[in-house]
Design a protein around this ligand. Sequence first.
Ligand SMILES: Cc1ncc(C[n+]2csc(CCOP(=O)(O)OP(=O)(O)O)c2C)c(N)n1
Ligand SMILES: [Mg+2]
Length: 317
Amino acid sequence: MRKNIALLLYEKMVLIRKFEEKLYELFLTRPMPGTMHQYDGEEAVAAGVCAHLNKDDYVTSTHRGHGHCIAKGVDIKAIMAEMFAKKTGCCKGMGGSMHIADFSVGMLGANGIVGAGIPIATGAGWSCKYKDKRQVSVVFFGDGAANEGAFHEGINLAAVWHLPVIFVCENNIYGFSTHYKRVMLIDNIADRAGAYGIPGIVVDGMDVVAVYEAAGGAVERARQGKGPVLIECKTYRFKGHSRFEPAGYRSKGEVELWKKRDPIKLLKNRLSKEFKVKPAEMDNIDKEVDAEIENAVTFAEQSPSPEPFDYEKYIFA
Ligand SMILES: Cc1ncc(C[n+]2csc(CCOP(=O)(O)OP(=O)(O)O)c2C)c(N)n1
Ligand SMILES: [Mg+2]
């Protein structure tokens, strides 16, 4: 990995982490509509995968989607305004956290329906193949979603039609409060790839370099018309399932153990040891990110709310 790529990955992960920390603070200090599902701990997955994508590649996301949207290049001002339900939001303030989308950068949408992004990404993959412009389609989904019918249908169809789709399973061990081993008898979700005749890769989802390398191979393979790959990223969410959820089903020890492998900390160590990046250089990135987020909050606060009858324009036809 080159130093400039490692620094870009660092910046992206810090932006995702700090953006959600700011949102959390906003939820506590002012009336905010809706809720959110934090991606805290899983940043390496979105950052490592999306670093290989062009603007015209497609991504579909989940209910835990802020990281995917930021990594794919949705303007954080438009995401923040969407969280505030403002007219300048990427969905004109009518979608909120679980429906963030911006087709202009290939973000086809977060999704409140578990597994629902999978057939959408498969369809987008079909359009990539049809247009024959070396585009790819990526779907992020959870371990819970891997037990939905939509997963099996989508991945099988992508396999038999050799579609350029990269299936990225974020195995954060829990689907809400359910440990994945209670609902599947295999250790690795990637093993399911064999059932569809496609490659399956297990990767350390806390190590952004490992994710970046695995995704690079899969994306290039897809661009060459060689079909889909299933990548399982072993990861962990540091927070509860959603903002209010205390996650009492996990032991403190388990959380602490995973926090020792915080993806941002791991990359920071690597940046200083391998690439001799000075702490001040990393602090500068952090400060720039803080300023960008403050700017997004100001933009959202100062933006107008939708008109009462805007729903007639954008929601009902
Ligand atoms: C089809 C469907 N079933 C159930 C739910 C309720 N639900 C929302 S998130 C969630 C857990 C999903 O777990 P996973 O796919 O592992 O994603 P994670 O939350 O861990 O990122 C459930 C069951 C839903 N939104 N949609
Ligand atoms: Mg999960």
